[in-house]
Each structure stands twice: as C-alpha cells, then as structure tokens.
Design a protein around this ligand. Structure first.
Ligand SMILES: *[C@@H]1O[C@H](CO)[C@@H](O)[C@H](O)[C@H]1NC(C)=O
Ligand SMILES: *[C@@H]1O[C@H](CO)[C@@H](O)[C@H](O)[C@H]1NC(C)=O
Ligand SMILES: *[C@@H]1O[C@H](CO)[C@@H](O)[C@H](O)[C@H]1NC(C)=O
Length: 819
C-alpha cells in the first residue's frame, strides 16, 4: 500500500526533509576522538548535547546506526547518555591517507521517530614510523659528476598524516654529499642527494650513507635506509615520463589482470644508463594489494578485488629508474567508478508484535531502515509492500520507513499478516531485496456471544421426569480463548410467583436446559425465560435470547361426571312421563375432562340398560332421549349405565348410572319401604307377602295408570320435557351437604343399585360402596349389606320380575326389590 521514494535529486523529498529537520531539530552532533583510544572511553554526552533527559533514552529506544551498515566503533550508553568507544579505531585502516577521517552515524529515537546525525572525527596520533620501501638505495655515480648534481632519493612513507607524516630527512655526516629536502606536509616530502664535493673513484670506490626520515609527531619516530653509492663514469640523463600525471578511471569489480594504464618513461642515455625499470614509489598498503606494475613494460594491472564501496580513488606514485639509479616519478590517479553491485539492505529497526486489534488507524507498528552501499542512482531506493494489507509505508526520514495501519484490524477476520517489504534501487538493472515481517493481531474482547436464534421454543410433555433435558441453546463468540468462552445462565425471574430456577436450570458450559421438576399441564401451560450468554472477557460481553417452554398435554385425567353424580354418590331418579314420545329428551349426562384437545374430547355410550333400545345417549352431547314411544309394557324403572370416554391415547373413561322412572307421579310408586325388614330366611313368608302386596299394588298401579293416562292426556305432559332437561341447580348430589352435616357419611361413602334384568335371585343386590365401614351405624340396610353385597357384578331382577324401588327415610331411593 505504501510506496516511498527516496531520491536525493527529488526536490519534493528535499523539501520534506528540510521541513522535517526544521521541526525535529536534525542538528548534527560532532565529536572528536584520537585514534587508538581504549574501549569505554567517553567521547561526549549525547543526552546533554541534545537536551534530552538521559532516563528517556531507553524509553525512546535510542540507538546508534551506521549510515551504511559498516562496523560500528562507538555506541551510546542508555543510562548515562554517554557516547563511548566500543572498538579501538585505527585511523590508518579506516581512512588511509585521507586527511579528514570522519565516521558518520545516525542516532535513532522512536516515539516519535527522530534521527540525528552524529559524526565522530578521528584524530591521528603518531603511531607509525616513516618507512622506506627499499631499505637499500643504490646509486652508481660517475666520478665526473659536477658539484651540485642532484640525485632523487626514494621517499619515505609514513601512514600517519599531517604533522605525524614524514617531516624531514637527515643524512649521515660525510665528505661528499649533503641533503636537500623538498615538498610540504600535504604532498609529502622528498629529499635529493646533492653532490657537495666531487667524487674521486680512485680515492673511494664505494660508500654507504645512512638516510634517516623523521616525522613531526611527538614522540618523534624515524626510519632509515642505506644509500649505497658506487663511483663510476658518466650517466647524464634521467628517465622522463610521457605524462607527469596519469588519470584513469576503472570500473569496480574489474577482473584480475585488467590493464589500468601503461606508463612510459624514456631515458636518453644508451645501454644500461638508458634502460628504464618501473616501480611504485609511493603506494598505500591497501593499493599495493590491488595493483601491480610490470617492471619492464610499465603496465599497471589489477591484481585484487576493486570495490568502489571500499575506496573511491587511488593515488599512486610510480618511479622510472635507469640502470644507474637516476629516477623520476609520475602520479597515477585511479578513479573507481560505481557499478550497481549492492542490493538494498533492509533492516527491521523496531517491531510491535503482536498488534492489538483495537489499534488506532495510523499507528506505527514497525520501523525499517534501508541501505544501499552503491552511489548515485544506484542507491536511490523505492520501498513497497503488497496492496492487500491494511498497512502502508511512510517515509518520514531519509532511509527510514515506518509501517502504519491504514485501516482498523480485526483479529476475527485476519489474525496475522505476512508483509513482504520490497526495496528496489535505481540502478540498471535495478537490484532489489525483500523482507517479510510477520505481524500477529492480538485479541480484544470486542464480540459479544450471539445466540443462534433470538428465541427458542421447546415442547415438553407433562409428567416429565425431573432432570430431563428439554432443549439446548448455543451462542457463538468468535473472540480468542476466554474472550470467546461462552457461559450460559438464566435471567432470574418469576413464573406464577415462583422463581424460574425452580422450574428450569441451564448447564453453564453446554447450554443444555433441564427441567427441575415434573410439570403439570393442568397447572400451567407455558413459561418464558431469558437465557443470557456471557463471555469470560473483562469486562464481559453478553447477549440474551428468549426461551419459551410449552408443556403439552397428556391424557392423565379421566372424565369427571358432574351430572348425574358419579356412581354411588347419590341415587337420583329422573322422571319420564309415560306418554314420552320417541325422540324426547329425558336427561343429560354432563361430564368434563381436565385435559385438553383430543384428551378432553368426550363421547358418551350406554353400556348397560334395563331395556336396550328404549333410550339412547347422544355420542357427543350426552343427551338421553327416548328412542321409541313408551308403551305400557315397558318396565317402570329403567336403569342406564353410561360410560363417558375421552379420546386420549390410551383413553380414560368413567361411568355413571342414570335412574329413570317411567311415571307421571312419584307418588304412584308403591311404598315398599317395609319390605326391607323382611327376614331373608323366611322366604316362603316373604313370597306370600310379596305376592299379596304385588297383586294389590298391581291393582292400585293399574288404577293409577288409568288415572294418569287420562290426566296426562289432559295435561299434555310432553310439553314439560320438551326443550332442556331439568338439571339440579348444583351438580353435587342433593343429599351431599346433608350427609356431611350429619357427620356420619363421608363423601366416599356410596352405594347404589342397578335396575337390570338377568339376575337370578330376588335378593337385594348392591354394588359395594368404596368403604362399607362407613355405613351409618344402625342403618336398616346393614344386614343385607353384610350378607349379599356383591363387589363385582351388576345386579338386577330376573327378567320378568317386578322391581320396586326402596327408599331411605330421607327420601332417597335405597334399593330394589325384585319378585
Ligand atoms: C505467514 O507465514 C507463516 C510462516 O511462513 C505461516 O505459517 C502463516 O500461515 C502465514 N500467514 C498468512 C496470513 O499468510
Ligand atoms: C481478551 O481481551 C482483552 C481486552 O478486551 C485483552 O486484554 C486480552 O489479552 C484478551 N485475552 C486473550 C486471551 O486474547
Ligand atoms: C436483552 O437483550 C435486549 C436486546 O438485545 C436488551 O434490550 C436487554 O437489555 C437485554 N437484557 C438483559 C438483562 O441483558
């Protein structure tokens, strides 16, 4: 995304740099230190010179960078701010013969990024003695040489510079020669041997003179050479170079053996006096490794690796000497030209990793430094990073780039970035290098858990076991580790005034919801709770969802008959007029079921009747109707057992008995109360009595029937039964309260009788009550109950027998008499 262009020729950048320096105080710090200074020597205090508190240096990650990644000789002490020597410096190695020996460094401070140039000037000390290349200088001098004749002497070489360089020469005292010294400290001094007194070969054929070169340092150092003079006959000419200065340029990395230049000197003399040989007379140790001169041809060749980055130019003196030692020198200046042979070098100066995902846009996450040792175009570096990352490179200071965010980071979308920084220089062909920075994004709790659904519903059948799991909820949180760990809970609330926790519980880890107790559909049908999911971050984030639990019905309630009162509770009798016609309504069974739906859908059926076919019950209405016209032959007492059944799976049912008396007047029913007192053992007597009574009753009934028929015809009694059935005002049996009041009968005490045909004794038969011990003490029925109660079978009179209703003193029908 970021693309920085570094160009010394770009005026925009210069302007930017100027502005930058203006605002950031890009002041140069200059220090001077003598060479060969021991380590830890304090050169100066940077903190003080910059006006920064020394304690701040650490926090701002102060460090000393070299401009071109070369060796570092000084460093900063972060606690004191002192600039100290870390490596002993040898000026001669670092700078050779250059007068000005300066090491350039950059002091980098972060937050905000500041770069200061620090230059350390290395002072020369006199640690090298002058030295002659040849320790033996030979001359063959003709004895004819005139006084004043000059012979150039080899120059002594001293690696030190300035005052510490060669400063003077002296010659051992002798009778023939004196020394003449020329030159200055800058250009180097050289000496000439001057003939002061003519030689006489006959007097002295050879002589050795000690030549001493001294430097100007303190303490003074010196070097010596021996001048060996052989006295000969004449040699008048010295070799003369074709050029006094040879200036050539040589590309770096030139292969070994490449010719640099060929120097040529001519000597007018003949023979050995005119034979010229070449040698370097003044050459730095370093240059001596790189160049060689052919003694005979004067061809100078490359013999080592030429590196522009090491040395940009060489100045060499070459000497041409004839056979007798007469010499002259020429200067060779070799300019090394740069080739783009160094790729840019990327250094990661600082990196903030991991980066929190809530890092502000524009925040600095890394600082990189790029260097190229080449020069000019070859060191103009462009830096780029891929466009698909939310980062860009900002070039604020020369050679430094800061990587800043251009967009908000989201760890949940992209958790790490591999950013490849590519640096390309401006050479042709350009060289480039790249570096990959791995940046990971660290998590911040910025996502609340989210439920899969906003509302859940679950169905649970009533009568469930406590502890059954009802359903499970899931919330997801994409954050990392505890920031994304979801815990579930139920929001405390109340259902019907009871805390919801006594109905439901949730597993905090899995989100599975359990029923705490068994539910009863008939108590409540649904409940609603808020489920909260919360992550484990700090502060935690949460969300909630609605959970509705619907309880479904099970057929756990059997129908309840409200009217007539359930079996045994009472003995209620419906009067049916004798004149009732087919289809008329005589009564209605009313039942309810606490369940719902199919489970409460009731159907009515007659399971047993005195006269099948006389009455029918509406399957769904429970209405009892006369099915055919009642005739005289129909039994007066009709008994129906009706079963009420719901539609559940499996169905539940209840039965009830309906007593119908086909009569127009209850008074017509004969009083047979006393019959209950008959002793069962005296069957004959009772049969007699019964026969008597029945004959008279039959007669009486016949009279009454005739009267009634007449009366009914006149009264049109059917009207009475048209429309609704007369239903008691309360569904409880009429005697219920009364019995309760007497304190002797419990509501569980019931007895009943069925009017049926098909039983084969004329005994009183009763359906056993729920609890016969609750019979009223002294009740008139006790004996019969004890003797003939049959728990299981329905009883009635044999077909054709007359049946009579027995009434209790309180007016209720108490029994049935068959005869
Ligand atoms: C980044 O590089 C590392 C190591 O090469 C690798 O494991 C990781 O998947 C890379 N990430 C991306 C986002 O490419
Ligand atoms: C969770 O988020 C907080 C900030 O909300 C952060 O400090 C913490 O490091 C995160 N935890 C993990 C495990 O990443
Ligand atoms: C439940 O969520 C709704 C909507 O997100 C919010 O208004 C309500 O405050 C939340 N309730 C609780 C107790 O967190």
């Amino acid at each position: 995304m970021g693309l920085g262009v570094l160009s010394a020729s770009s005026s925009t950048l210069q302007l930017a740099l100027l502005f930058f320096c203006w605002s950031l105080v890009c002041a140069d710090l200059s220090y001077t230190v003598p060479e060969e200074t021991r380590r830890q020597f304090v050169i100066g205090n940077i903190a003080k010179d910059l006006g920064i508190a020394a304690q701040r240096l650490s926090a701002r990650k102060a460090r000393i960078n070299t401009e071109d990644s070369s060796k570092r000789y000084v460093d900063i002490n972060l606690s004191s701010g002192d600039l100290t020597v870390t490596e002993t410096m040898d000026r001669e190695v670092l700078c050779g013969s250059r007068m000005n020996c300066v090491l350039n460094y950059e002091l980098v401070l972060e937050n905000p990024l500041e770069v200061h140039r620090v230059s350390v000037k290395i002072e020369d000390i006199n640690d090298n003695a002058p030295k002659f290349l040849n320790e033996r200088i030979t001359f063959e001098i003709s004895e004819s040489a005139v006084k004043g004749r000059r012979f150039q002497l080899d120059e002594a070489h001293d690696s030190d510079i300035g005052q510490n360089g060669v400063n003077g020469y002296s010659l051992e005292k002798n009778h023939h020669f004196i020394l003449s010294v020329h030159g200055n400290t800058e250009r180097g001094k050289y000496a000439e041997l001057v003939l002061d007194k003519e030689l006489d070969r006959e007097e002295q054929k050879e002589m050795d003179l000690v030549l001493t070169a001294v430097d100007g340092g303190t303490p003074q150092r010196s070097g010596t050479a021996v001048i060996h003079i052989t006295v000969l006959d004449a040699n008048d000419n010295v070799p003369v170079f074709t050029q006094s200065v040879y200036k050539v340029s040589l590309a770096e990395n030139a292969p070994l053996g490449t010719e640099v230049v060929t120097v040529r000197a001519t000597d007018a003399d003949e023979g050995a006096n005119g034979a010229v040989s070449y040698e370097f007379s003044r050459i730095s140790d370093h240059a001596a490794q790189l160049f060689s001169v052919d003694k005979v041809t004067g061809q100078i060749k490359v013999r080592g690796d030429i590196d522009y980055e090491e040395e940009k130019y060489y100045e060499i003196k070459v000497q041409a000497k004839d056979g007798s030692g007469s010499a002259s020198t020429a200067n060779i200046i070799i300019d090394i030209t740069d080739l783009n042979d160094n790729a840019p070098k990327i250094t990661l100066t600082s990196l903030k990793d991991p980066v929190p995902e809530d890092t502000a846009v524009g925040a600095e996450v890394a600082i990189i430094n790029v260097q190229d040792k080449d020069s000019g175009e070859n060191r103009q570096i462009r830096c780029s990073i891929p466009k698909n990352v939310p980062f860009k490179l900002n070039s604020t200071v020369k050679n430094y780039f800061s990587l800043v965010t251009t967009n908000t980071l989201d760890r949940e979308r992209e958790a790490d970035y591999n950013i490849t920084i590519t640096a390309t220089d401006g050479g042709s062909p350009p060289l480039s290098s790249s570096m990959t920075i791995h940046l990971s994004v660290s998590d911040v709790n910025d996502n609340p858990p989210v439920f899969d659904e906003q509302s859940y519903s679950a169905y649970v059948a009533e009568n469930n076991k406590a502890g059954t799991s009802i359903c499970s909820v899931t919330a997801r949180d994409p954050d990392w580790r505890q920031n994304g760990t979801v815990l579930y809970s139920l929001l405390p609330s109340e259902v019907n005034g009871v805390p919801v926790s006594s109905f439901l519980s949730i597993n905090a880890d899995t989100g599975v919801i359990h029923a705490v107790r068994s539910f009863d559909y008939e108590q409540f049908r649904s409940l609603k709770v808020q489920v909260v999911s919360r992550d484990n971050g700090s502060p935690p984030l949460s969300s909630n969802a609605t959970m509705s639990v619907f309880i479904t019905d099970e057929n756990d309630n059997s129908p309840q008959i409200l009217y007539p009162a359930p079996e045994g509770k009472s003995l209620m009798t419906e009067m049916v007029p004798k004149a009732a016609l087919s289809g008329s309504l005589v009564s209605k069974v009313i039942a309810v079921d606490a369940d719902s739906g199919q489970n409460a859908w009731l159907s009515y059926r007659i399971v047993k009747s005195t006269d099948p076919g006389l009455f029918s019950v509406g399957v769904h209405s429970g209405e009892i109707r006369v099915q055919r016209d009642i005739s005289e032959s129909d039994s007066m007492k009709q008994n129906l057992v009706i079963s009420v059944r719901d539609n559940g799976q499996p169905p539940l049912s209840a039965t009830c008995s309906v007593y119908l008396l086909i009569s127009d007047n209850l008074a017509e029913v004969p009083e047979l109360k006393d019959m209950t007192y008959e002793e069962k053992s005296s069957k004959l007597t009772s049969y007699l009595i019964i026969a008597l009574v029945s004959v008279s009753t039959f007669f009486l009934t016949f009279i009454i029937l005739i009267l009634a028929v007449r009366f009914c015809r006149r009264r049109k009694p059917r009207l009475l039964f048209d429309g609704a059935v007369a239903i008691p005002s309360a569904y409880l049996p009429p005697n219920y309260a009364e019995v309760e009041g007497a304190g002797t009968l419990r509501s569980s005490y019931n007895y009943d009788a069925y009017l049926t045909t098909g039983s084969h004794t004329s005994d009183f038969k009763f359906i056993r009550s729920y609890n016969d011990s609750t019979l009223p003490a002294g009740g008139t029925l006790r004996k019969n109950l004890n003797d003939s109660f049959d728990c299981t079978s329905l009883v009635g009179c044999p077909s054709g027998d007359s049946e009579f209703l027995i009434k209790r003193p309180d007016g209720l029908v108490a029994g049935l008499l068959c005869f």
